[in-house]
Design a protein around this ligand. Sequence first.
Ligand SMILES: [Fe+2]
Length: 447
Amino acid sequence: MGQAIPEESEAAAKKNGDSAAGDVEDFKLVGYSKFLRANPRTDRFPVLGFHHIEFWCGDAINTAGRFSFALGMPVAARSDLSTGNLFHSSILLRSSSLQFLFTAPYSDYPSSQTQSPKSLIPSFDSAAARRFSADHGLGVRAIAVRVADAAAAFHVSVSHGARPAFPPAELGLGFALSEVELYGDVVLRYVSYPSSGCVLPSFLPGFEDVADRPDPTDLSYGIQRLDHAVGNVADLTTAVKYVAGFTGFHEFAEFTAEDVGTEESGLNSVVLANNEETVLIPMNEPVHGTKRRSQIQTYLDHNGGAGVQHLALSTGDVLRTLREMRARSPMGGFEFMPSPPPTYYANLRRRAGDVLTEQQMKECEELGVLVDRDDQGVLLQIFTKPVGDRPTIFIEIIQRIGCMVKDEEGREYQKGGCGGFGKGNFSELFKSIEEYEKSLEAKLQTA
Ligand SMILES: [Fe+2]
């Protein structure tokens, strides 16, 4: 459960596993208007989908509790003192196939004691976790993807230039894990396990399911899966060459400062995708020389370097999810960026009147949902304010409409990235972020 990877995508990924990756040496940004989308299916190893996101924090149960309340993600499993883990507290939240893991180190006192490594996340490093929290505050440590073979993915990646972070380790029951550096202190974690066979844990070996709770679907606000995980880096070309080079991922979309910048700030962005376009990894870099400094640079300064900027969570009904989330905002849930001005919604009928009903458009305005579309579908999106102390990581909630296609067996599914990433809304987002930053600055000046 919680690992809904269709068998056919696994088979397709395996089939394409030994294709040669495209040459990324000549990578150059061309901008949204000149970019031609193609899927060369150049993955260097089979990548089946996102598996989980791990946050490193100072106290796992409290941080997880806030995310659980804010996002409607019940606690699903744990590995901590109660399960015999003396080294770290790890709490897993789950909503449909979205899995967020929160991990914090315990004190170092048991370091002389021996413990079966099977009860731990083997790559966990107490000193590194402490340093991570001190340097970055709350942040994502690992973007985990399910691969066919975590050892093979590691060796292929390293042989194509990936910097190793943790060598392959067997977790028992056929599970394996390995890690390579992604950007900053963030790792790309490879997880592999059998699709069927013996009784498998719902997450990873060593974790105990939390069973004495109400039906998780009753607690959910409708969030279904991770759509994309975005990083901010100092130098996009270097980062794209590095990640595309060892994964073989292809370029799915790109935006340059002219496409998305407002008068006062800008960025360049590239979206990398696996063969199935189910793992979408956009990366942004700041563009300098504008009147106001880039919000990507502000992130890099406050985060102490590169890191995950936002996680886009997909829901089947963004209006329902938003009503639930907004009801919790005043009580410790997540707050949202200011809504766009009424003029934005006055134009909405022209842009999306053929897809959304009058009632839906009215609710989008009431809830502050942004609407965009590309040549294939429609994207409904909204952004939270930064969720931690620093103006760094935030959450995006999205619903994609359209792009339904059938697989070889006639089953319907939605193509990845349907409706785009909100290019038309980028400028709206930056305007609202900039207004937020200005309001903070005004407070500092009057303090
Ligand atoms: Fe996004």
